[in-house]
Design a protein around this ligand. Structure first.
Ligand code: PEP
Ligand code: MG
Length: 324
């Protein structure tokens, strides 16, 4: 079976009738890079930088961050690598980082909020990312953005970092600026945010938890945590419209995309850029090659008219079961 799948490794990901999609990899530790290559990933759509930070005993300085990022960037020559700034808090704290204990960590001091409260640390990370950008095609991405002030503040830190590097003699390429859409407020404000960013990345792991008020790690309420809940599909559909009206990039990097039923609906909704965990890439390519874009669009259209996630899943699974 695996051997059969390997024939897809160096093929473009496309539907039966030739609609292409980009399948990039989610990576964290460097060991993920090798797996991404073996799976034929077209670059990295989400590099979770907190993972190398978590695997250490102290906070890395700029040079060591640069070296870590550079190694990943250089592993994908000619392909883009989207580097996300530190996304700690919630369930991911750094052992050497002094953080308060909170009643609701996922609604608390996490992600870009932590970075913006530690400007020096934040700027240092951005400098390291910009330095790594001189070695390939880097995109810079900010997690858990909730309001426009955060976008402005992030941009300010980026331009401070750029000036500092410029003064040091670095010649920096253009680095696209993007935000993750993982809080419902970002969906509502997406038309405004679109004027501020080059691209959006849907972080559905968090978006689902925040839209449906269902903790992503709580098995007791797992049935509430449904990525195919109609409200989620409507939110994604809205984002496809925003991105296309404003001519902005739109990628999805939540785990839902590696579920074949979800993937089929997402392509049908118009998503063309995916970042997924590498082990799913080949089988999604194989599935996609057996379906036409017309079938997928129809599926998505019918899905959008449903009121139950379970019905949406059945529709998608019925289509996936249909013989070739
Ligand atoms: C997400 O929230 O969908 C996401 C990709 O980020 P993480 O899983 O790292 O929170
Ligand atoms: Mg997230």
């Amino acid at each position: 079976h695996q051997e059969q799948l390997m024939q897809y490794r160096d093929r473009d990901a496309a539907t039966l009738d030739g609609t292409q999609v980009m399948l990039r990899a989610n990576v964290g530790l460097f060991s993920d890079v090798e797996i991404a290559h073996r799976s034929g990933a077209s670059g990295v759509g989400l590099y979770r930088t907190e993972l190398p930070y978590m695997a250490r005993a102290d906070f890395p300085d700029r040079q060591s961050q640069y070296e870590v990022y550079r190694r990943v960037v250089e592993s994908f020559p000619g392909q883009s690598v989207t580097i996300r700034t530190l996304d700690i808090g919630g369930d991911k704290m750094l052992p050497y980082f002094d953080a308060p204990s909170e009643e609701n960590p996922f609604l608390g001091w996490r992600s870009v909020r932590v970075s913006l409260d530690h400007r020096d640390m934040f700027r240092t990370q951005i400098e390291a990312i910009l330095m790594a950008s001189t070695h390939g095609h880097v995109k810079l991405m900010f997690p858990m953005v909730t309001n426009i002030e955060e976008i402005h503040a992030c941009k300010e830190v980026v331009s401070e970092a750029q000036s500092k590097l410029h003064d040091e003699g670095w010649i920096l390429p253009h680095v696209p600026f993007g935000i993750m859409v993982e809080v419902p407020a970002a969906i509502s404000l997406a038309d405004h945010f679109a004027r501020e960013v080059d691209f959006f990345a849907l972080g559905t792991n968090d978006l689902v938890q925040y839209m449906l008020a269902a903790d992503r790690g709580n098995s007791r309420i797992r049935h509430y945590y449904d990525a195919l809940h109609p409200a989620i599909l409507h939110a994604i559909h809205h984002m496809v419209g925003v991105a296309s009206r404003h001519n902005r990039g739109l990628c999805i990097c939540g785990e839902m995309a590696s579920d074949p039923a979800c993937f089929a609906i997402l392509v049908g909704l118009g998503l063309r850029e995916f970042s997924i965990s590498s082990p799913s890439i080949l089988s999604l390519k194989a599935r996609l090659s057996k379906l036409s874009i017309g079938q997928l669009r129809k599926l998505a259209q019918v899905a959008l008219s449903q009121t139950r996630g379970s019905d949406i899943r059945s529709l998608a699974e019925d289509l996936l079961r249909e013989p070739g």
